[in-house]
Design a protein around this ligand. Structure first.
Ligand SMILES: Nc1ncnc2c1ncn2[C@@H]1O[C@H](COP(=O)(O)OP(=O)(O)OP(=O)(O)O)[C@@H](O)[C@H]1O
Ligand SMILES: [Mg+2]
Length: 286
């Protein structure tokens, strides 16, 4: 490509990136600040000691959910569809939970509520001690942007942005400088094994690689929670296992609360805890 055309493309990409980051449907953004407590605590310097203290106090409940009497009903052509009813559920910070159940049972509805993308019709949901069900849109958006990463079955990458730019979009709403966005996005791509693919468009990547980019975008903000809705649903078995190894490694290293909706029992068996949702009711699988 001629140099002028390349520069024009970069300018256009930057404008798209800014728009993508500012829009309401952009992937949730990252949390500036210290790394999660699951990493080794900082050394003996005074500032580091105080950071470690804050993390120790803060982190244990940061990714913890409490759902009490949660219901979600949709109005559909004059009919009421009860997607979830009377759900009482505790998820501890750092849990890895698999959610299974028949199609239409309410799994995605639950994930949307956990992700602060939706509000319950009845009952309450608290994340890190804060009642999501009572928050205004701005505060809910801020929590989603900082604390919650999403991964979807169809990757949901922006086709006109490169892998690196896609990851950067998660940092735009957090007001991170362009330079820091780029370096953190590169780091996140490295951490999912795609350091060499930052300049590729999604169409120039395999399905497994696109899902890795989506995972990098979800974790670049260092969230407390990672929610994945059938993250391996479009992948072959070998790639599924690679993606699960990656998610499990991130969960362990970063102290994430990880909730995975899946139809695949091989995926669900890897979780510490398994839930089954049918006709809007949640039960624990022993
Ligand atoms: N926006 C909506 N408007 C009306 N009904 C909805 C809406 N979203 C979901 N539903 C209904 O709520 C129920 C639960 O849907 P949900 O998407 O949570 O199921 P699911 O368990 O994720 O299914 P699948 O395994 O097929 O993805 C279904 O009956 C569905 O038709
Ligand atoms: Mg679903």
């Amino acid at each position: 490509m001629a140099r002028g055309a390349a520069a024009a493309r970069r300018g256009a990409a930057q404008r798209r990136l800014n728009r993508a980051g500012a829009g309401p449907r952009c992937p949730p953004g990252p949390r500036a600040g210290p790394p999660p407590a699951a990493r080794p605590p900082p050394g003996p310097a005074r500032a580091s000691i105080s950071t470690a203290t804050v993390e120790t106090v803060e982190r244990p409940t940061k990714g913890a959910y409490t759902l009490a009497g949660v219901g979600r009903a949709y109005q559909q052509k004059g009919r009421t569809v009860h997607a979830l009813s009377k759900v009482d559920l505790e998820i501890r910070s750092g849990d890895m939970v698999a959610v299974q159940g028949p199609t239409g049972g309410g799994k995605s509805t639950l994930l949307q509520l956990l992700g602060a993308l939706d509000r319950p019709s009845t009952g309450t949901i608290a994340l890190g001690g804060e009642l999501l069900s009572q928050l205004g849109d701005a505060r809910l958006g801020a929590i989603r942007g900082r604390e919650i990463g999403f991964v979807f079955q169809h990757f949901n990458l922006i086709p006109t942005l490169t892998a690196l730019e896609n990851v950067e979009t998660a940092l735009v709403p957090l007001g991170v400088s362009a330079e820091e966005r780029r370096s953190r996005a590169s780091e996140a791509l490295e951490s999912v094994g795609l350091g060499e693919r930052g300049g590729h468009l999604p169409s120039e990547l395999s399905g497994g690689q696109q899902q890795r980019v989506a995972i990098a975008r979800a974790i670049v903000k260092r969230p407390a929670v990672l929610l994945a809705d059938e993250p391996t649903g479009n992948l072959d078995e070998e790639t599924r296992d690679e993606i699960m190894n990656l998610l499990e490694g991130l969960w362990r290293d970063q102290g994430l609360t990880l909730v995975i909706v899946t139809h695949d029992s091989a995926v669900a068996r890897r979780a510490q805890r398994r839930l089954h949702i049918k006709q809007g009711s949640v039960r624990e699988v022993a």
